[in-house]
Write a protein that binds this ligand. Structure first.
Ligand code: SF4
Length: 282
C-alpha cells in the first residue's frame, strides 16, 4: 500500500505563531493566564496548553484578572474594548493575515462600499471582522445567496481567510451582475489555498482519503468536503484511535492531509497507525 502524505498538512504559520506565543507566555506567567475561547480548534492541543496552565474562558467577563491571549482568528471590537476596560494584559496572537482582512473590511467600509464577506457567519473570525464595521456588511456562504441579493451600487468583497478559493471566485463572478462597481481583495490565506490544492491533487490519485483535525475546525471540515467531492471515501478523524481498519482494507493508495490547527504529533500518530495496519495485513 502506498501512503501519500500532504506536505502542507498541519499547523499553518498563524496557528504555530499563536501556540508558540501561548507556550512562551505560560513560561513567563505561571498564574492567571487565559485564552478567550479555545486558542485553536483542536481539543488535543487545547488540552496540552491547559497542562501548561493556560486556561480557556469563553467570555471576557469570566476573566477576573491577569493576562488574556487573543487567538489567531482575532477578536471582536467589543471584546477588545472590554479587555481594555478591565485592564487585562493583552497578548495578541491574531494572525497578521487575519488582521489584513480586518483592515481591508474597514478600508472598504470607509470608502462607501457595502462589504461582502465570503464565509461562515458564525465563525469567530467573521464575527470579529464584522464587528469593526457599523452597517453595510453581509456575509455569504454560497453563490445562490448572492444571486438572490443586491443590487448594490458599490460592493467590496473579502473572504474569511480559510474559505474555499473556488467559492470565493464563484461569488466574485456572480456579484459582477449585481453591482455597478465591485472591488475585490483576495483575503483567502495562501497557506489555505496551497493546502486545498494539494489535498485535491492527492484525492485524485487515491482510493481513500483521511483528513485529520478537530471536528470543530471549520478549515478541516472544508478540507474534508473538498476531498469528498473528488473521492467519496474520505474520512474526517480527530485522532489515530478513530481510524477504522475497514476503510483501508484492499486499498492500494491512501491519501493523508490535515487542517491548519492539527498538531504534528497527531499526524505522526495517524501515519504510524496506518503503517502498522498495513504491516498486519502482510
Ligand atoms: S490559515 Fe492563514 S490566516 Fe488563518 S491563521 Fe493560518 S496562516 Fe493565518
Amino acid at each position: 500500500m502506498k501512503l501519500l502524505v500532504a506536505k502542507s498538512a498541519g499547523f499553518c504559520f498563524g496557528v504555530k505563531r499563536a501556540i508558540d506565543m501561548a507556550i512562551e507566555a505560560a513560561k513567563k506567567y505561571p498564574k492567571n493566564l487565559y485564552t478567550l475561547g479555545p486558542l485553536i480548534h483542536n481539543p488535543q492541543a487545547v488540552k496540552f496548553l491547559e497542562q501548561l496552565g493556560v486556561k480557556v474562558k469563553n467570555r471576557i467577563e469570566n476573566i477576573p484578572k491577569g493576562k488574556v491571549i487573543f487567538r489567531s482568528h482575532g477578536v471582536s471590537l467589543k471584546d477588545l474594548e472590554k479587555a481594555r476596560e478591565k485592564r487585562l494584559h493583552i497578548i495578541d496572537a491574531t494572525c497578521p493575515i487575519v488582521k489584513k482582512a480586518q483592515f481591508f473590511a474597514k478600508y472598504l467600509y470607509r470608502h462607501g462600499y457595502t462589504v461582502l464577506i465570503v464565509g461562515d457567519p458564525h465563525h469567530p473570525e467573521v464575527e470579529a471582522i464584522q464587528s469593526y464595521i457599523k452597517d453595510r456588511v453581509e456575509v455569504v456562504g454560497d453563490v445562490e445567496l448572492v444571486q438572490r441579493s443586491g443590487p448594490w451600487e458599490k460592493l467590496g468583497i473579502i473572504a474569511q481567510t480559510t474559505q474555499s478559493f473556488n467559492l470565493f471566485k464563484g461569488i466574485v463572478t456572480a456579484s459582477l451582475e449585481k453591482a455597478k462597481e465591485v472591488r475585490v481583495f483576495n483575503t483567502v490565506c495562501h497557506a489555505t489555498m496551497i493546502r486545498q490544492k494539494e489535498a485535491v491533487e492527492i484525492a485524485k490519485q487515491v482510493e481513500c482519503m483521511i483528513v485529520i483535525g478537530g471536528y470543530n475546525s471549520g478549515n478541516t471540515q472544508r478540507l474534508a468536503a473538498i476531498c469528498r467531492e473528488i473521492q467519496p471515501h474520505t474520512h474526517h478523524i480527530e485522532t489515530a484511535q478513530e481510524l477504522n481498519p475497514r476503510w483501508l482494507s484492499r486499498r492500494e493508495k491512501i491519501g493523508l492531509t490535515a487542517g491548519a490547527s492539527t498538531p504534528l504529533w497527531i499526524i505522526k500518530e495517524v501515519e504510524g497507525r496506518i503503517r502498522d495496519l498495513e504491516g498486519s495485513r502482510n
